[in-house]
Design a binder for this molecule. Sequence first.
Ligand code: ADP
Ligand code: MG
Length: 244
Amino acid sequence: MIKIQNIQKSFNSNTVLKSIDLEVKDGEVVVIIGPSGTGKSTFLRCLNYLERPDKGIITIGEITVDAEKTTESDIHKLRKKTSMVFQGYNLFKNRTVLENLMEALVVVKKVSKKDAEVLARQALEQVGLSDKVEYYPKALSGGQQQRVGIARAMVVNPEVMLFDEPTSALDPELVGEVFEVIKSLAKKHITMIIVTHEMNFAKEVADKVVFMEGGKIVEVGTPKEIFEESNNQRIKQFINKVNK
Ligand SMILES: Nc1ncnc2c1ncn2[C@@H]1O[C@H](COP(=O)(O)OP(=O)(O)O)[C@@H](O)[C@H]1O
Ligand SMILES: [Mg+2]
């Protein structure tokens, strides 16, 4: 269970998050949509303290972190509960696919090399890349690299996976394979918060859709409630615009 209460964040005089509240149940997939510059990435980054919120309380499982009295130990614990998939993969270029996954396990999770290799191979099998374990990232397509990014985020067994526009750096023909992998994780009831501009994917994968604008959550609902039934003009306009 994830509970986010009153998260606020400013960059100098620019108030980017104006009190965000959100609850995510175990196994739930939450998709965040909304215009660019609205604070979606900042919100995700506040959840693992890549950005430090000015105010607010984040609870993930048994860990509760209050922005106004955060310790290094809190941040460390919170980071162990989350993992992020970035737009640009962020793989280590001079390490093989297998080593990229093992690194996360050995360094962050203090898993032995032997166990790390077993877990890494399992994760790579789940994303359909068993035949690429010895490859270096540059020998893979963008879609394959992003599947490695997903496997690397998953292999540490986080309480929640955070995705920030995981397909927006990809050529259109490579988007589908990445979505298929994310959908397969959703079927396994891995808790996920996903920012995306791909509305069809959002409809398919989301238990809950969050529409954000101007640093606030405007509406939360099922895909049907947001995409078909919302009376909010801004939501209707946004959906019409991105669907064109
Ligand atoms: N590290 C930063 N320093 C200063 N301003 C930032 C930083 N990160 C984001 N912003 C600003 O915060 C606002 C929201 O950005 P962002 O969270 O990236 O929005 P979105 O992901 O919805 O496009 C923008 O005005 C952006 O310029
Ligand atoms: Mg963003």
